[in-house]
Ligand binder design. Structure first.
Ligand code: PLP
Length: 397
């Protein structure tokens, strides 16, 4: 069969390959501990579920405006204005079926063939895939363990050229759990303003932070008009399957994105947006409970990993991922890289983790090996998974 040439440029999330292996092993009757999935194990809070059900019962099941229900757009504008300390109006808010489609839309609206886009590496694989798909040139910005998985300003300066159209940032970050400091954000802002560059700021984990106050680059003077804020309901409200997110951007760009929305999905599910209104207006207690539990799990998993010979793990400050360095383990076991280690752990210990390579190819000169473990699973499973990994690795070294 012949497919359109552009399909060659589209990447995939190869975390889904590991998840397919997990499904197969489970079907074979294996009891797999799964640190692979990047989604909360919690259920959507009851008040939000009820609001969605109520909306269906009230027949809020028809087409809605492509940019989103006005009431919801206003609510999001209020929320973003408050949390980012900027003035956002409803016209600048576009509702989408999750954050993911907005990455696709914004890149289609802004990136020309040959434009360069700087993105974090290791990072969420969706960025690189879409940059390439729209004909842009993807320029990785290395995140370095010695900088707590932030970037080196010299690397950023080297990455930015006269062709740079956009810088993608993600803080707190998937897969490292790192946070960009105010200083980091100011450095990026200075370059973006000086060189007239857009910033796509993926803030989906903005409320899953364990220390300090969340900072958005859009709050820095001169940045709101060149930042596209991405945020959504999948993570903090455990609403992955509802498919609900949004982008905030200047009106001129929003108008272009609406044209894409009209052509692709007409609108996001109407009743889901009513659930979103409740998520923002209702009590936030359940989100605090989830956050408390994530923090305890984070401490448990970091300690457990550091107790395994040959593994060292920084304490991440946000999101629900850890990104341990496994270079020594790979060497001791004679493994070529973290992919071989991931396969070994899955086959011999029945534990699923993701290799660093699921989050981009290694940067030039990068010698270390890493895994990503999601701790959006129960404490019992975290303990059991770590015991299995420890037994496997320490008995084989
Ligand atoms: N951005 C990042 C950094 C993510 O980790 C994810 C999901 O894992 C997404 C975006 C997509 O989220 P959504 O479910 O809102 O499409």
């Amino acid at each position: 069969m012949e497919f359109a040439k552009r399909m060659d440029k589209l990447g995939t999330e190869n975390s889904f390959e590991v998840l397919a292996q997990v499904t197969k092993l489970k079907e074979e009757g294996k009891n797999i501990i799964n640190f692979g999935v990047g989604e909360p194990d919690f259920d959507t809070p009851l008040n939000i579920k009820k609001a969605g059900i109520r909306a269906i019962e009230e027949n809020k099941t028809h087409y809605g405006p492509p940019a989103g229900i006005p009431d919801f757009r206003r609510e999001v504008a209020k929320y973003v204005s408050k949390t980012r300390e900027i003035d956002v109006c409803a016209d600048e808010v576009l509702i989408t079926s999750g954050v993911k489609p907005m990455i696709f839309y914004v890149m289609h609206a802004l990136i020309e063939e040959g434009d360069e886009v700087v993105y974090p590496n290791p990072g969420y694989p969706g960025y690189e895939s879409i940059i390439n798909f729209v004909g842009g040139k993807s320029i990785p910005l290395p995140l370095l363990e010695e900088k707590k998985f932030s970037f080196d300003i010299n690397d950023l300066k080297k990455a930015v050229t006269a062709k740079t159209k956009m810088i993608v940032i993600n803080s707190p970050e998937n897969p490292t759990g790192s946070i960009l400091s105010q200083e980091d954000l100011e450095e990026i802002a200075e370059i973006a303003i000086k060189k007239n560059i857009w910033v796509l700021s993926d803030e989906i984990y903005g409320r899953i932070m364990y220390s300090g106050q969340f900072k958005s680059i859009s709050s820095i003077p001169g940045m709101k008009e060149r930042t596209i804020i991405l945020d959504g309901f999948s993570k903090i409200y455990a609403m992955t399957g509802w498919r609900l997110g949004y982008g905030v951007m200047v009106k001129d760009l929003a108008e272009q994105v609406i044209r894409l929305q009209i052509n692709v999905d007409t609108c996001s599910a109407t009743f889901t947006q009513y659930a979103g209104i409740e998520a923002y207006r209702g009590l936030q207690d359940t989100t605090y409970e989830m956050l408390k539990e994530y923090r305890e799990r984070r401490d448990l998993i970091v300690k457990g990993l550091n107790d395994i010979n040959g593994i060292s793990c920084l304490v991440p400050e946000g999101a629900f991922y850890v990104f341990p360095n496994v270079t020594k383990v790979c060497k001791s076991l004679g493994l070529q890289d973290c992919r071989e280690l991931q396969r070994l752990i899955l086959q011999k210990a029945d534990v699923a983790v993701l290799p660093r390579t699921s989050f981009g190819v290694k940067n030039i000169g990068e010698k270390e090996e890493y895994l990503r473990l999601s701790y959006a699973i129960s404490k019992e499973n975290i303990i059991e998974g770590l015991v299995r990994i420890k037994n496997l690795l320490e008995n084989n070294i």
